[in-house]
Design a protein around this ligand. Sequence first.
Ligand code: FAD
Length: 465
Amino acid sequence: MVKKVVIVGGGIAGIYVLRSLLAKREEIEEGLDLTLVKRERSGWVSTCGLPFALRGWYDIKRTEINEPKFFLDQGVDFRTETEVTGLNLEDRTVKIATGEELPYDYLVIATGREPSIPEAVAKAGLKGISTFNNEADAREIEAAMAGATNAFVRGRGIIGLQAAVAFAAKGLKTTVLGGPPSLLPASLDPDMGDMVKNWLEEKHGIQFILARKEITAVRGEGGRVKSVVIGDGEEIPADVVVIAKGMRPNVRLAVEAGIEIGDSGGIVTDNAMHVKRGRSYLHDVFSLGDCTEVIDGITYRPRLSQLASTVVVQSKVVADNIISDIKGQPSLYSISAPCLSPTVAEIGGLLVGSVGVTSEAAARAGIKTLSGKATKLVKARYFPGAKPLTMKLLFDAYSHKLIGAQMVGEATVAERVNELEIAIRAGMTAEELRNTERCYDPSLSLLVDVTIDATEKAMGMASVY
Ligand SMILES: Cc1cc2nc3c(=O)[nH]c(=O)nc-3n(C[C@H](O)[C@H](O)[C@H](O)COP(=O)(O)OP(=O)(O)OC[C@H]3O[C@@H](n4cnc5c(N)ncnc54)[C@H](O)[C@@H]3O)c2cc1C
């Protein structure tokens, strides 16, 4: 009999599971019936491309890589603008708002994240205030930017800062409110985060308030926001406001279906992405993406990752397991490796990267660290356009294994994050990293790279070159 897979959610998680299953559909003799349900009206959208659309680099529409028709034409029951109202794990059905029940053999929960909006903001109900979670939000923000003079961003993470850069680039006077002490705390230690702050202040004129202050009121005129009040009364003019803080896993459907939620607030899975209910993991129900908890690759504690890069790995595990389960084969693909969350972001011309733990996350987990930081050009100084890069490396103080890397610079960040992720996974020590041969061409690299200098600093050695 034809096997039915129902995917709840059409963000990157749901879409990547769908794409993987479409690629493997031919392997299933009895046939694979695929349904995807999502709230938005779009097909496959690159959420990660939205901040750059706000900068005016391209139209928001361009981030829609495939329209729904692309999937409908392949025989997928691709349901947009549709709300799932319940999951019945006993009857193996998914209920949608019309009352229709969709039967499944395999269920994939990919319900993503949802923003938490401060009460004062929600209550005001003013136009010009948005979260920044999907393409509809991007359109709202874009509309609010037209004719605006002042912008306000709540949140000091990548998305908040990218939105702030978009505003500043359009000439808006932009203020960012975030907690103390520094920017991007999930990725960078304060000394590295301060480099980003200095850059955004100097190059983009963005103002920062890094303090334990909340939005206490928003004031408007003619139904549109005009200012934001923070803490005990400081009023900041704002005709466009973005709330880019507090993305929580969207787990309502899972909770109502009795699926276990972890301490991080995300859905608990085993390493094959099966959800847990009662004492067992269910072989026919999977969860992935921003709604799902991961296990940290350094501390081995549960946390959230909420990155597209994490989602893509999980989606292969889910699809491979569905296919092998249908074929009655033991799963060859059940290991979703502990998560290191390699991250890279372009923030107003500055590149920021990280992988593994920060000093704070290590300390929280009781891991003692050795750290080394160095700044160097990324290619020979006599080459025009040679740009500096600052790298900070963290090693476990006892084993000397690499456990974290952070970098801020103007070039070569993404490839370094990937390189150092592999070094962490391979369990490389400071001694091994220091003595690796590195490729060299003066137009592309230095003979002694910043990685070596940062490692030697962590080892307490003077860098010779
Ligand atoms: C602006 C922005 C920029 C980003 N940039 C990067 C980046 O550069 N690199 C990176 O790695 N990550 C980035 N991320 C993070 C990355 O986009 C997310 O990790 C990823 O999109 C998560 O996908 P998801 O499918 O799990 O969740 P979501 O995108 O939240 O999708 C959830 C889906 O579930 C659906 N849904 C939920 N509940 C229901 C229901 N009851 N009924 C029907 N449908 C439902 C929603 O409609 C939606 O389709 C960015 C995120 C944002 C917002």
